[in-house]
Design a protein around this ligand. Structure first.
Ligand code: PRP
Ligand code: URA
Length: 206
């Protein structure tokens, strides 16, 4: 399974600010948006394009346009923090929502909502900032493949080796793009060093 870990000075700078416990939700949200722009740019580097001729103010020239924009699927609720950045780059993308919440004791993801557009032959970008045990991402990706998705990429801000291994075993074709591959999970299944509970830090629900 392909795994891309960003090597980018601005991404590393933004991630460090996100990790910092002193970063408040009003700072956390724009940092998430900026870092997601870099991640989405990386994940869409090779989207298929077609040539077209346009006129600049001076002359005709050849350019390109995207053939089809990928479907965006934020995993509720923390994935919502990544959606606007993805839509800034892909404004005509259709958006599906998958609601999953980890049980605080077992860390098992419980599904509570799903609304997906027609996938057709479009590729899908799943947006979820944290890949910890991999249970949430695996539930979402399985649903997408069951609906006929051909190409799925998972974009996350921090990934744990445990989650990467689970997805690797279950979905050998899935591509993961992340800003960091962290060390491990703690006994409560939080990522170390991580950045804490992303949804809580994004929305202020401490
Ligand atoms: C977080 C995060 C992922 C999930 C990752 O969501 O946004 O969806 O945990 O953990 P996993 O890889 O072990 O499944 P959470 O369940 O806390 O819900 P929230 O986004 O509503 O806060
Ligand atoms: N979900 C989070 O928000 N953070 C973690 O470290 C693990 C799961």
């Amino acid at each position: 399974m392909p795994l891309t870990v960003l090597t980018h000075s601005i991404a590393a700078h933004l991630l460090t600010k996100l990790r910092n416990v002193q970063t408040s939700p009003d700072q956390f949200r724009p940092l998430t948006r900026s870092l997601t722009s870099i991640l989405v740019s990386e994940a869409t580097r090779e989207l298929p394009t077609r040539s077209l001729i346009i006129r600049t103010p001076l002359e005709e020239t050849q350019g390109v346009e995207l053939k089809t924009e990928p479907v965006l699927v934020p995993i509720l609720r923390a994935g919502l923090g990544m959606l606007d950045a993805a839509l800034d780059l892909l404004p005509t993308s259709h958006v599906g929502y998958v609601g999953l919440e980890r049980d605080e004791k077992t860390a098992l993801a419980r599904a509570y909502y799903s609304k997906l557009p027609q996938l057709g032959d479009r590729s899908v970008l799943v947006l979820d900032p944290m890949l910890a045990t991999g249970g949430s991402a695996a539930t979402c990706v399985a649903q997408l493949y069951a609906q006929g998705a051909a190409h799925v990429k998972l974009i996350c801000i921090v990934a744990a080796p445990e989650g990467v291994r689970l997805l690797e075993t279950q979905f050998p074709d899935l591509h993961i793009v992340t800003a960091s591959l962290d060390r491990e999970l703690n006994d409560k299944k939080y990522i170390l060093p991580g950045l804490g509970d992303f949804g809580d830090r994004l929305f202020g629900t401490f």
